[in-house]
Design a protein around this ligand. Structure first.
Ligand SMILES: [Zn+2]
Length: 397
């Protein structure tokens, strides 16, 4: 069996998608080509889409700049396959893509059909950062991962995370004692679990460094007081993270942590080492392969059995880096601790992310079979585990 037939074999296997930000229904209902692009990474990581998409010269110049990026490559493949279009996207073919997308979304279930039929998702773990803990009204497919960034900003009523949230303001509290504050956070986490969350999500790499040295309750209290220094606030945040870790272990909820990109200031996964070491009963799902520091993840999974590698997003950030990391993970990490998710906002990009993932998975496994490093049966089992079984187990689905 060659690489193509391996990919073909995996094409219809069921998937549990570890991470998405799938937009609510109404956003999908109004999509056109511009809407799909504006809700995809190609539009907001680098060059912006021209304001006026009827300006052919500007559109072609934009396409020329972004066409080689992984984000664009997989999105274009997705659109060509979903909408059965043979011409590559250009200013001249723009209207063909545009009409196909607008027409398809006249069927209000089209975006969900892509998720189920084309992507083959049995379940999708959702991070609705605009309103943490939601399932978009489709609990049969979307399972919430509760984003707790706002917990780290409750030291002061004016502080906010990068989504503009502060847990005290969200719950109308005015707590000033650290003891009372952690008690309140425990209640919020318990509530999230009762309402159906299957995991917790931390995206602090967009707010601060991922280094969390141990801090005491006394030090954390200082972070809540008037005139607190940056150091006091960081100690408060370290203390809060340890508290969330112990509660997550108690509630049997894994913690997803965004690593790698973001502020790119101490955001490599290795920064989390002391936090991971102090919390051996907590399951850490380290996301995005810590790109560009992909070796961090491989090293951490080798040493700590409570670390999972979640390669969500990575195949569309850099297809090459994803293949490289997957080879390393097969070498050093148990086969039941690697998972994948699309990390996208609209179904069109989600399908592209799935194509990228299957490309990486099937080529890496085929290379290992050809090199005599893996038996064919073991490779097929490995694929099933990373596509479905590992996520089912760690999220208790
Ligand atoms: Zn994400």
């Amino acid at each position: 069996m060659d690489k193509h037939s391996f990919a073909h074999k995996l094409k219809n296997e069921p998937i549990i998608n570890s991470h998405a930000h799938h937009r609510p229904d109404f956003v999908h209902h109004g999509l056109d080509l511009e809407g799909v692009l504006r809700n995809s990474y190609v539009a907001w990581c680098g060059k912006l889409i021209p304001e006026d998409v009827s300006n052919k010269g500007a559109v072609d110049a934009w396409l020329k700049a972004v066409r080689s990026r992984s984000y664009f490559v997989w999105l274009e493949k997705s659109l060509m396959e979903l909408y059965e279009i043979e011409q590559p996207l250009s200013a001249n073919s723009w209207s063909i893509y545009d009409e196909a997308i607008i027409n398809a979304h006249q069927d209000k279930t089209w975006h969900l059909n892509i998720q189920r039929k084309n992507c083959g998702y049995e379940a999708v773990v959702q991070d609705t950062y605009w309103n943490p803990g939601q399932d978009n009204g489709h609990p049969e497919i979307f399972k919430a991962a509760y984003r707790f960034n706002s917990f780290f900003y409750g030291y002061d009523f004016k502080a906010k995370d990068h989504n503009g949230l502060n847990i005290q303001i969200m719950h109308n509290r005015s707590i000033t004692s650290i003891e009372e504050y952690v008690h309140f956070l425990s209640e919020v986490l318990h509530e999230a679990k009762v309402r159906g969350s299957v995991g917790l999500k931390c995206a602090l790499a967009y707010d601060r460094s991922l280094h969390f040295p141990k801090a005491s309750a006394k030090e954390a209290q200082k972070g809540m007081e008037k005139g607190a220094s940056l150091d006091d606030i960081q100690k408060f945040q370290s203390y809060i993270f340890d508290h969330v870790c112990s509660e997550a272990a108690r509630l049997n909820l894994p913690i997803q942590v965004h690593t790698g990109l973001g502020l790119m200031k101490q955001s490599g996964a290795i920064e989390l080492q002391s936090l991971i070491e102090r919390n051996p009963d907590t399951k850490f799902l380290l996301m995005h392969g810590s790109f560009p520091w992909v070796g961090d993840i491989a090293g951490l999974t080798h040493v700590y059995p409570n670390v999972w590698a979640d390669i969500c997003w990575l195949p569309i950030i850099s297809t090459t880096a994803a293949s490289n990391l997957l080879h390393q993970l097969i070498d050093v990490c148990d086969a039941d601790r690697v998972i994948w998710g699309c990390d996208t906002h609209v179904s069109e990009e989600s399908f592209g992310a799935k194509l990228a993932f299957l490309h990486v998975l099937s080529s890496v496994l085929q290379e290992r079979i050809d090199a005599g490093l893996m038996h064919r049966d073991a490779a097929e089992e490995y694929a099933k585990a990373i596509m479905h079984d590992n996520a089912a187990k760690v999220f208790n689905l």
